[in-house]
Ligand binder design. Sequence first.
Ligand SMILES: *[C@@H]1O[C@H](CO)[C@@H](O)[C@H](O)[C@H]1NC(C)=O
Ligand SMILES: *[C@@H]1O[C@H](CO)[C@@H](O)[C@H](O)[C@H]1NC(C)=O
Ligand SMILES: *[C@@H]1O[C@H](CO)[C@@H](O)[C@H](O)[C@H]1NC(C)=O
Length: 351
Amino acid sequence: MSLHIILYFLQVLSALSHTEHNVHTMALSSVVALGANIICNKIPGLAPRQRAICQSRPDAIIVIGEGAQLGINECQYQFRYGRWNCSALGEKTVFGQELRVGSREAAFTYAITAAGAAHAVTAACSQGNLSHCGCDREKQGYYNQEEGWKWGGCSADIKYGIAFSRWFVDAREIKKNARRLMNLHNNEVGRKVLEERMKLECKCHGVSGSCTTKTCWTTLPKFREIGYILKDKYNKAVHVEVVRASRLRQPTFLKVKKSQGYRKPSESDLVYIDRSPNYCEEDAATGSVGTQGRLCNRTSPHTDGCDLMCCGRGYNTHQYTKVWQCNCKFQWCCFVKCNTCSERTEVFTCK
Ligand SMILES: *[C@@H]1O[C@H](CO)[C@@H](O)[C@H](O)[C@H]1NC(C)=O
Ligand SMILES: *[C@@H]1O[C@H](CO)[C@@H](O)[C@H](O)[C@H]1NC(C)=O
Ligand SMILES: *[C@@H]1O[C@H](CO)[C@@H](O)[C@H](O)[C@H]1NC(C)=O
């Protein structure tokens, strides 16, 4: 393994094990001595099939870890003003802590991490960082005779990224229960949003900017865009229930709750089976970390306001003086002269 792969492993591992410093130190010597085999056994929360994939494609697992991080970061950004801020008490996985309740928050995290994995794998393929993929080979040569452009450059191979995400991310659904159906549905929603947002970029070639020939290629969208779309779908998520159809009465498919007959949820909607807890208090049963200690805004009427954020428990006020350099002027010659400015500031945190 190359050094940068080892470093990525350490990053992934340390991100996963803040509390287990020994895992981190163990990781370095293990990678050096034993390689992927041991590392794949050390990553917490991998399903057996995921461990096998990890061992056969250690380079891809690092990229998956980055993709999961991309998803988690976006989740934290989208929910930075919410009582639930994308944290959970639960099992540690490569995708962060898992929510136990099949809530719309769980729906969002599954969709965004499945999309993150597909995004990261596709990007790594385009940059030649993965051994089994590259640019999209279907998108080469002439495409549209009438419009007169042809495929050129490196088109991102989104199909590969999506297939890899399906292969690896979906492999964690080992229990044959309602959550499995919910999670697989939401994973697919996340990947579909990404696929639909692929962009076409073009470049003109010719004398002084004329467009005698034009080449185009597909590129990945900014992940932020995916975050906003999924946040919107989170707000409109559909409550579903499981239908046990087979002879063994195993969960077979999902239907929209309280719908007439068996109306299946749309492939583009996020779905949830449990109502959300209010996320006010720490609760191991629901995976809620509570809002104690969260920053809040005393004047905001929204969920970041202290009333809503602190669930009526009240808040603590912390006063401090902010000091910084200001009114800097350049003096001839040659130094910069500044004043010191200060300001009394307050922050509020939930009790
Ligand atoms: C590809 O590898 C290079 C060099 O190690 C790294 O800087 C870059 O971030 C990688 N790109 C992706 C998308 O993983
Ligand atoms: C989310 O809230 C918890 C509980 O207050 C806090 O410990 C954690 O640092 C917060 N996470 C982020 C990303 O803000
Ligand atoms: C607090 O909320 C108000 C009203 O929404 C807003 O104008 C203000 O910028 C917020 N303050 C901070 C520190 O975010």
